[in-house]
Design a protein around this ligand. Structure first.
Ligand code: ADP
Ligand code: MG
Length: 685
């Protein structure tokens, strides 16, 4: 667990501190000194009596007690050093910068384990090894540049990769993004991203803590912990954006060689982030722009006004917002007509509001006031204002800053001339402002943030299922794929609608059952896992003769033990499945059947348990959602029934965690009912 000695130490020692600031041990000391660490600062160095003006101990045993040790010496020497510090010097927090541990070799992993054991046994905490360090308002224990402006209300940033942390800060700082705490966790031998998020959650103070958390993750080793603390922080009013790298197969290989750990399945990550309310980002620019949106007041509605003196960017911005599902509504009201009279002839207030290349700072102020106070059908503004270099923009940006302080609606500034108007932009940023240099990047970030749902309930209410019956079926069956009769009973016990059916082993019963179910019927083999592939599904069987003929043929198919007969149904094919992902738990997948799932991979996933709100979001997030809603006069599918099936499946999985794989493929659905016609269930005990 993170302790206060790590965050607010009274004393720090740099073990292996050096005069050479091109080495980690030299640079971290320099950063600590430049960052004006207020406590006692010590150095150990085998050769030098003094390092960067600080007395150095040649023998660590001679040092006084110290709260935090930053270690930058060879890996093989570290276990003993940590022993001395932990046992004799009361050191309770460690940052190990050195590499050469589990990321490198088996011997390295052994050293790492020894260190963790020592630190655990004395109740200390450890960041690293193989990390770049941490930045807090009290100490700059990091050996890399850049060092951002640290402010309590800046972003808290936890990174699984030190270099990536640098590059992300490098990209954010020029836009005015500030940081509060930065943690690079390296190998996460003891504290990883999940533990630091836990710390941010447990120590969250609504009056002083930052509300923006950024994560760069290569390996989610404790998904449930991540879910718990991310959603808890978001419920407390925070906003979280995260990159989970290693989502493609090739990406996963790169990540595993990097951190010595395997990447988790990507669909499960999507499901986890959606459940927690985390905005998922794919790259540095994406993360920086979402973080910058987070640093502004929340967008409460989706209608934006674009205010500009340049047509092109406004058009691109409008396109990006509209394509993403946000609105740039046409403005035409008495108030807008009045506004038009205050602008130069040729201006437009129809939205985008274009007040021409000659537009003045004063006009900008007037426009913002009108949009803020008198345009009721606008929720927020984007102001795009640069310069081709003919005049200075100080007055414009001063007005913009002043209006951002007082306006009730969020204002997002796009200042594109970061070179030509560099001075003015920097002046704007010095007032604790953030710039979005590119309007389309801003628009995409706004879309992403707006359409990321808040965390779903921790313990959703699920429909009642027959727990006793489910347990007796599961306990009474062997591992592997279970029989059609057991599947029927399980679906019935869970209240998941299925078609009536009969399983027969002789021709006479087949004929009788077909008659009883009513023609046309469907005949399927029992035994083979993929029935159609072996010619084991016959649709639309209309009479007794066909039943006889097909029975004789199908019963000969390899591995066939019986024939299943069902009524022939119609409807849109749907897919609902469940899968057990190690550490994540059960994941439920949903989509339209057939080509939608196979070719277009149009599937949405959720982590069980899934309540009504999350089930509805899963349904709505499909690309093919319009088909479920009903298109071109065709009736859609009852979405409440779909959500109910997802929730019932979730309830079934809670009672029967032994279910490792479950496929309802397809269910046939229409406006009145949704019925499973094929189901496969595999259990593991
Ligand atoms: P498998 O997936 O093992 O090949 P299915 O039972 O899913 O076998 O049948 C294959 C396809 O036949 C289904 O995807 C569906 O299109 C159709 N089908 C199956 N059962 C019925 C039924 N009772 N009514 C209408 N169509 C059906
Ligand atoms: Mg099937």
């Amino acid at each position: 667990m993170v302790n206060n000695f790590l965050i607010n130490p009274r004393s720090i020692v740099v073990v292996g501190g050096s005069n050479e600031i091109t080495k980690p041990g030299g640079k971290v000391l320099k950063n600590l000194i430049d960052g004006h660490f207020a406590g006692h600062l010590y150095v150990t160095n085998l050769k030098e009596p003094e390092v960067q003006g600080i007395k150095s101990f040649q023998d660590i045993n001679e040092m006084p007690q110290v709260d935090l040790a930053i270690i930058a010496i060879a890996a093989k020497l570290i276990p003993e050093t940590v022993e001395i510090l932990a046992r004799k010097k009361e050191t309770k927090a460690f940052i190990i910068l050195s590499a050469g541990f589990s990321e490198e070799s088996k011997e390295g992993a052994e050293l790492e384990k020894q260190i963790v054991d020592t630190i655990n046994s004395t109740g200390g905490c450890l960041i690293g090894p193989n990390c770049t360090g941490i930045l807090t308002p009290s100490h700059h224990s990091i050996f890399t540049y850049p060092i951002p402006k640290l402010e309590p209300q800046g972003c808290d940033f936890i990174s699984g990769s030190g270099a990536t942390a640098c590059f992300i800060m490098e990209a954010g700082i020029p836009n005015g993004l500030t940081f509060a705490n930065v943690f690079s966790v390296g190998n996460s031998a003891q504290l990883g991203v999940e533990e630091l998020l836990e710390y941010l959650d447990n120590s969250f103070d609504p009056a002083t803590s930052s509300r923006v958390k950024l994560l760069y993750i290569e390996n989610i080793s404790k998904p449930q912990k991540l879910l718990k603390h991310a959603s808890s922080l978001i419920r407390k009013g925070c906003r979280i954006a995260a990159i989970k790298a290693g989502s493609s197969d090739a990406g996963s290989r790169a990540a595993s060689s990097h951190t010595g750990a395997l990447a988790s399945s990507d669909v499960a990550v999507d499901a986890l982030f959606r459940k927690a309310g985390i905005v998922r980002c794919i790259g540095r620019e994406d993360l920086i722009s979402v973080a910058s949106v987070f640093m502004h007041p929340e967008l409460k509605g989706k209608r934006l006004a674009i205010i500009t003196h340049a047509g092109g960017p406004a058009v691109m911005c409008t396109d990006a917002l509209s394509n993403g599902g946000l609105d740039v509504p046409h403005i035409d009201s008495p108030a807008s007509k009045e506004l038009l009279t205050k602008l130069f002839p040729g201006s437009s207030v129809a939205n985008p509001i274009d007040f021409l290349a000659t537009g003045t700072a004063e006009q900008l102020g007037t426009i913002i006031d009108y949009v803020d106070q008198r345009f009721d059908d606008i929720d927020a503004m984007i102001v795009i204002f640069g310069t081709p270099g003919l005049f200075k923009l100080f007055d414009v940006y001063t007005v913009l800053d002043a209006k951002m302080k007082t306006a009730l609606k969020p204002i997002f500034p796009v200042l594109p001339s970061t070179l030509t108007a560099g001075e003015e932009v920097n002046d704007f940023l010095s007032k604790d402002r953030i710039n979005f240099p590119d309007e389309v990047v801003l628009a995409k970030a706004l879309v992403k943030v707006f359409y990321t749902a808040k965390p779903f309930e921790e313990v959703p209410t699920l429909p009642q299922v027959d727990t006793v019956k489910i347990r007796s079926i599961i306990d009474g069956t062997a591992e592997g794929y279970i029989s059609p009769a057991e599947i029927q009973s399980l679906l019935d016990a869970a209240g998941i609608p299925r078609t009536g059916e009969a399983v027969v082993t002789d021709k006479e019963t087949a004929k009788a059952e077909a008659q009883r179910l009513g023609f046309p019927v469907v005949m399927k083999v029992v035994g083979p896992v993929h029935k159609s592939d072996v010619g084991g599904v016959v649709l639309n069987v209309k009479n007794i003769e066909t039943v006889e003929r097909e029975f004789e043929r199908m019963i000969q198919i390899k591995e066939t033990t019986a024939i299943l007969i069902q009524p022939m149904l119609s409807g849109t094919e749907l897919f609902v499945g469940a899968n057990f992902e190690a550490k994540f738990g059960h994941m439920i997948l949903f989509g339209l059947g057939g080509i939608f799932i196979e070719v277009l991979k149009d599937v949405s996933a959720g982590l069980s348990p899934i309540g009504k709100a999350e089930a509805m979001t899963m349904i709505k997030s499909l690309k093919s959602y319009k088909i479920i809603e009903g298109v071109r006069g065709q009736k859609g599918i009852d979405q409440n029934i779909l959500a109910d099936i997802i929730m019932r499946l979730s309830a079934l999985l809670q009672v029967a965690p032994e279910i490792r794989e479950l496929d309802l493929n397809p269910l046939l659905g229409n406006a009145d009912k949704v019925v499973a016609v094929d189901a496969r269930i595999r259990i593991e005990k």
